[in-house]
Design a protein around this ligand. Structure first.
Ligand SMILES: C[S@@+](CC[C@H](N)C(=O)[O-])C[C@H]1O[C@@H](n2cnc3c(N)ncnc32)[C@H](O)[C@@H]1O
Length: 227
């Protein structure tokens, strides 16, 4: 299935924050060229990682603590992480360096540009954790949880693969449930409320999630299986 990312572009907001410190700049200059996915053309996971291990993908990894924890827990799985905020990318590089991880590759830019270049049915899992909520109704089209991006996510997941969504935002939560309720290719895995109110053991906490809990917010954990 072909979905043109130009028609569903979701890149809004800033890509730079505070200036990088000298050590961060050095990591960025030396590590990112080694770990970045190729800039264009179809993405071939075997060529990128040198093996045929399962492949997982994170959209908007923030500072990368979730992605790094997943990669450390499962060294025999490959991960592509996407983030357009440079300070977040440097955060992930720091985790990769500290833990000596070899199973992560990075796309610094719009996640949908990288996703589109993967073969259909190639992903074993996709994570969308605390996407920007764009709470105003007039900005609803900017939300990642819309049918255009979900078309692409559905196309790239294998049958039986998992799509994980986390949010602490009540408007986003309702919106996401509405969108996913209209998607017969996905089966929501919750059997009872605890299944989406309690963080699954194999779902490491993200920085944004920790901040949300610190503010007393409830956090919702959605797991959908691609049919
Ligand atoms: C609210 S933050 C959450 C970060 C992280 N997932 C967490 O839970 O801590 C959303 C992140 O998504 C990133 N983002 C938004 N749209 C994106 C896109 N189209 N491609 C890649 N990253 C994106 C933002 O830069 C930001 O870091």
């Amino acid at each position: 299935m072909t979905v043109d990312p130009a028609t569903i572009r979701r890149l809004y907001g800033r890509s730079k924050g505070h200036k990088l410190r000298v050590g961060q700049q050095a990591m960025f200059d030396t590590m990112l060229p080694e770990l970045a996915i190729p800039e264009d053309g179809p993405l071939d996971a075997r060529a990128i990682f040198g093996n045929d291990s399962p492949l997982e993908f994170e959209i908007g990894f923030g500072s990368g603590e979730h992605l790094a924890a997943q990669a450390a827990a499962r060294p025999d799985t490959n991960f592509i992480g996407c983030e357009h905020f440079i300070n977040g990318v440097v955060g992930l590089l720091g985790h990769i360096k500290d833990a000596g991880l070899t199973n992560i590759r990075i796309h610094m830019g719009d996640a949908l540009d990288a996703l589109e270049r993967l073969p259909d049915g190639s992903l074993d899992r996709l994570y969308l954790l605390h996407p920007d909520p764009w709470p105003k109704a007039k900005h609803a089209k900017r939300r990642m949880m819309n049918h255009g991006p979900i078309d692409m996510i559905a196309a790239k997941l294998k049958p039986g693969a998992e799509f994980r969504l986390g949010t602490d935002h009540p408007i986003y939560c309702r919106w996401a449930m509405m969108i996913m309720g209209q998607r017969p290719e996905f089966a929501w895995q919750a059997q009872n409320p605890r299944d989406f109110l309690d963080r699954p053991e194999d779902w490491p906490e993200t920085r944004y999630e920790r901040k949300a809990r610190g503010k007393g917010h409830e956090v919702w954990y959605f797991r959908y299986l691609r049919q």
